[in-house]
Design a protein around this ligand. Structure first.
Ligand SMILES: C[S@@+](CC[C@H](N)C(=O)[O-])C[C@H]1O[C@@H](n2cnc3c(N)ncnc32)[C@H](O)[C@@H]1O
Length: 483
């Protein structure tokens, strides 16, 4: 193998520098007639490159490219002059001797070479490409793990639907009008932020390009007419129980397009990390036993920001409408003339049940489930819970915010008629890496070994369905396991 580098090899935090080359009409060399070379040639042809093929023999795929005119020039013998004037060369020949000769000729002419599947001989690597032209996303692991690059690209495919292509073209066409009408760069940025994210972007993607351009121009008129104070909104978003993978696509989009996010204490950093860098993050969390931000302050902050034209996301753990005060907040906002939308989330009980493999309803075992809070506004309200209505092993009971009262809860349920051997579970930090669970019959659950983190959010599940969880083991009576 030739060593042609005249460069020092400093340890660099970014070993390759990403650029996008305009290859339209410019000569490139592809060596090799097999499938590896053909797939690179097809890619280069999409970019409009003028391809010179160097191959003594060609396989079926390459023959197709030659016969269809995608490749018009072909040489069968190597000569160093073939690299004269070439912008880049891709060698998919798999022939080490030819590779050495190509690299040598390229080196003396300052032509960058990619040797397919041999990263140590490459001046550049070809990334995994998500093509929504004119939007092109390139993913690279600097040649180290191409399979990972492809995997990342597949994930991006879901996040960047095909509609982005027409959205980008429409935005390109409307750009001059926007520049003319909004002379201040910050105003332009605010306008484009609004157009290119959230509901409006979804609608534009569904339109044909001409209509999308008209709609952008119409939005521009509204933006100018309404000034800076136009177009704010509040979205009450469910963040789910903690795993970012359990966010809905709509929730992830809302987080990614928000100007300001008012979030609960239960929302983990891994979810907040989906916000843009310029998004303001405000913690308005309430945790039992801690000083909390007054609800009135949160309500007013949301209304004020929305009136200023900001996109406000009120981000709550689990589902906003389950013990999340979203009802009160929506009422306040609507009462103050602020538009509100709600994006649901996976509530803690559903997340916990899925993690434990526990069906919340199951034919012949559990006909219903009930979601109950053991923590009410006043102790009087808590004491007033009618336990006789909850004492049914055929109903899966999900008790939120009840861990500190576990002993009272178990006593109350048993006194109300629930059999003491009814299966139960206490799960803390469900759907997070540090999840912990205790299984026991309801009578024994308060005496189960304490959970590691006394402050972790936790949930009590009670009912015969709990015994369907693979972690439940009646013979041990009290089983302790990490979920
Ligand atoms: C104010 S409530 C909010 C519930 C949330 N809106 C939902 O739908 O899950 C907070 C309570 O939810 C439960 N909880 C939330 N996240 C949890 C998790 N990851 N694991 C266990 N319980 C959780 C706990 O009982 C916690 O005290």
């Amino acid at each position: 193998m030739l060593h042609l580098s005249s460069r020092p090899d400093p340890a660099s935090p970014m070993p390759s520098f990403p650029i996008f080359l305009d290859l339209r009409g410019r000569p490139v060399l592809v060596a090799g007639g097999g499938d590896a070379a053909a797939s690179k040639a097809r890619l280069l042809a999409r970019a409009g490159a003028d391809i010179l093929l160097l191959a003594a023999t060609v396989g079926e795929e390459m023959l197709d490219l030659l016969e269809s005119g995608v490749i018009q020039r072909r040489e069968t013998e190597f000569r160093p002059e073939l690299l004269d004037g070439v912008v880049i060369a891709i060698d998919g020949s798999g022939d080490p001797d030819l590779t050495d000769r190509i690299r040598c000729a390229a080196f003396t002419r300052n032509v960058l070479v990619n040797v397919v599947d041999v990263p140590e001989q490459c001046d550049f690597t070809v990334p995994a490409i998500l093509d929504r032209s004119p939007v092109v996303v390139a993913v690279s692991t600097s040649g180290g793990a191409p399979a990972l690059s492809r995997n990342i690209r597949q994930r991006l495919e879901a996040a960047i639907p095909a509609g982005y292509a027409s959205l980008a073209r429409a935005a390109q066409r409307a750009r001059a009008s926007v520049r003319q009408s909004l002379s201040i760069p910050r105003d332009r940025q605010r306008f484009w932020d609004r157009v290119l994210s959230g509901d409006l972007a979804d609608r534009l993607m569904a339109m044909d390009e001409d209509r999308a351009v008209e709609e952008i121009v119409a939005s521009l008129s509204r933006f100018i007419a309404g000034g800076r104070d136009e177009g704010g909104s509040v979205t009450l978003v469910g963040a789910g129980p903690g795993d970012p993978g359990l966010l809905t696509v709509s929730a992830a989009r809302a987080i990614g397009s928000a100007d300001i996010i008012l979030h609960d204490a239960l929302v983990p950093d891994s979810i907040l990390a989906l916000a843009r860098r310029e998004t303001r993050l405000v913690s308005v969390g309430k945790r039992a036993g801690c000083r909390s931000v007054p609800q009135e302050f949160t309500n007013r902050l949301m209304a004020t920001c929305a009136r200023k034209g900001l996109r406000v996301v009120r981000l709550k753990g689990g589902d906003p409408f389950i013990f999340g005060r979203a009802g009160e907040e929506a009422e306040f906002l609507r009462g103050h003339g602020v538009a509100v939308t709600v994006i649901p989330g996976i509530t803690a009980a559903m997340g916990a049940a899925a993690q434990l493999g526990l069906p919340l309803t199951h034919r012949g075992v559990a006909r219903s489930m009930r979601v109950v809070t053991a923590h009410c506004r006043t102790s009087g309200e808590t004491d007033a819970i009618d336990w006789t209505k909850l004492a049914d092993p055929g109903t899966t009971l999900a008790l939120y915010m009840g861990r500190d009262r576990l002993g009272d809860i178990a006593d109350s349920l048993i006194k109300a008629g629930l059999p003491p051997d009814t299966p139960a579970a206490l799960i803390a930090n469900a759907c997070r890496p540090d999840a912990e669970v205790r299984f026991a019959p309801i009578a024994a659950l308060p005496g189960a070994p304490a959970l590691t983190n006394p402050a972790a959010p936790s949930l009590i599940l009670v009912g015969d369905a709990v015994a369907l969880a693979p972690g439940w083991a009646m013979d041990k009576m009290v089983q302790v396991s990490a979920a």
